[in-house]
Ligand binder design. Structure first.
Ligand SMILES: Cc1ncc(COP(=O)(O)O)c(C=O)c1O
Length: 423
């Protein structure tokens, strides 16, 4: 029965019970953390062979080049071939870089700001305002980049099939709108995968700015909980067919596949976009860490090697996600005080609580020793206009801690909802 349907006496009885549960929770002096979507050590252990690769004496790539030396801005073909096969992009349209895709995103946008990109008439810094579309809830570190550059961030809702394209097609009629963020598969934090129709609309829509770009951050393309890896749509082809070949900057990395801090990041795009990127990247540096790229190529073997590894991750992650969903349903389902996503992959569950109570839930959890990602962090500048959303990241703690933390969070969600009703 919904909380609102309870009569006054029943509500008071429930409030007394939930307050008692909360006091018991606090008395446990917990110290639990559900904040960042990092892999657990058990997951990191899956790739420990990398620590011994490419191995003494192995420093020549398939083309016969010594990977210990400077050079090869594009990255070695051995890893680009595996990755191109995995994400369905021709190897010539793919660069392999150092460990962080976020670094590449930061570069692409900063360089467009400083110098203009290959379709710009002028650097973006010369514009009175640069506007950027931000699907919400979304990834806080994306929003931090566009905030740092002083862009005006315009939010659009993330719907069940991707960002709201009706809103977007209107917004891009403004030439000050230079781009947008999107995580197309198992998105952070909603778990949503963008539908083919939405992809086609984004690829074909007319934009007033000729240098408009979509950062297509496919960070979770192969991070599935099931045995079937969904098809990864080649947006570069779709964009080319739609007559907008330069629209997408496609990102991915091995961060949540091998070791998060020492993986390989990839950038796929049109030849023109890559040439522009190389013209600046070649000044910023001489070439990426190719020894690490060779190590990864040897470790994976081929694209199936990556998929097989993701199945091992799934075996560790799935029970944690199931535990979160089961506790949310058992503890909150009947009261109608929260909604949550049930992702089939990725790293997050997005939890919507009663409007106006997300900050209170976060405080109650903090006071009970459970650290949650700050309410609002999935919105630009951390401002959730409805104070409703909390991002749950169950990957890092062991499963018994995930259970304890989530049971505590459920108590906090109920208590905050009851407090709001009590006025
Ligand atoms: C959507 C998204 N993109 C990028 C990253 C970071 O990627 P990288 O480690 O390649 O910089 C994350 C990490 O949480 C993420 O969630």
């Amino acid at each position: 029965m919904s909380l609102l349907d309870l009569d006054a006496a029943a509500r008071e009885e429930l409030a007394a019970k939930v307050r008692e549960e909360y006091e018991t929770l606090k008395a446990r002096n917990l110290d639990l953390d559900l904040t960042r979507g990092k892999p657990s050590s058990e997951q990191l252990d899956l790739s420990n062979d990398l620590l011994e690769l490419p191995g003494k004496g192995n420093y020549v790539d398939a083309s016969g080049t010594d990977v210990r030396n400077y050079g090869n801005l594009k990255g070695i073909k051995d890893i680009r071939e595996i990755w191109g096969d995995l994400i369905g992009v021709p190897v010539d349209n793919l660069y392999a870089e150092d460990s962080s895709s976020l670094n590449i995103m930061f570069d692409l946008i900063t360089w467009s700001y400083l110098f203009g990109n290959n379709d710009s008439q002028a650097p973006w810094r010369e514009e009175e305002t640069v506007k950027w579309i931000c699907p919400v809830p979304g990834y806080d570190r994306h929003f931090a980049i566009t905030e740092k550059l002083g862009f005006e961030m315009i939010t659009v809702p993330m719907l069940d099939d991707g960002p709201d394209v009706d809103a977007i097609t209107e917004l891009v009629k403004d030439p000050a709108v230079k781009g947008m963020w999107v995580v197309p598969m198992f998105a952070n934090p909603t778990g949503v995968t963008v539908s083919d129709d939405v992809v086609r609309t984004l690829a074909s829509m007319e934009t007033a700015a000729p240098d408009f770009r979509i950062v297509w951050d496919n960070a979770y393309a192969v991070h599935v909980f099931t045995e079937d890896t969904p098809q990864i749509i080649n947006v570069l082809d779709v964009a080319e067919e739609a007559g907008n070949p330069n629209r997408f900057w496609v990102m991915s990395s091995t961060s949540k596949i091998t070791h998060a801090g020492s993986g390989v990041a990839f950038f796929a795009s049109s030849t023109e976009n890559l040439d522009w990127y190389a013209s600046i990247a070649g000044i910023r540096g001489i070439g990426p860490n190719k020894i690490n790229q060779l190590a990864h190529a040897k470790f994976f073997g081929d694209a199936d090697g990556v998929r097989a590894l993701m199945q091992k991750h799934a075996q560790i992650l799935t029970p944690k996600f199931e535990a979160v969903l089961e506790i949310l349903e058992n503890r909150l389902g009947e009261y109608d005080v929260a909604r949550w996503t049930t992702p089939a992959g990725g790293y997050f569950i997005s939890l919507d609580v009663v409007d106006g109570t997300a900050t209170r839930v976060w405080e109650l959890a903090r006071d009970a020793g459970i650290t949650l990602t700050k309410a609002g962090s999935a919105f630009p500048k951390g401002e959730d206009p409805n104070d409703r959303n909390i991002r749950l990241a169950p990957s890092l703690p062991p499963i018994d801690e995930v259970r304890t933390a989530m049971d505590g969070v459920a108590t906090c969600v109920l208590l905050a909802a009851l407090e709001k009703l009590e006025g």
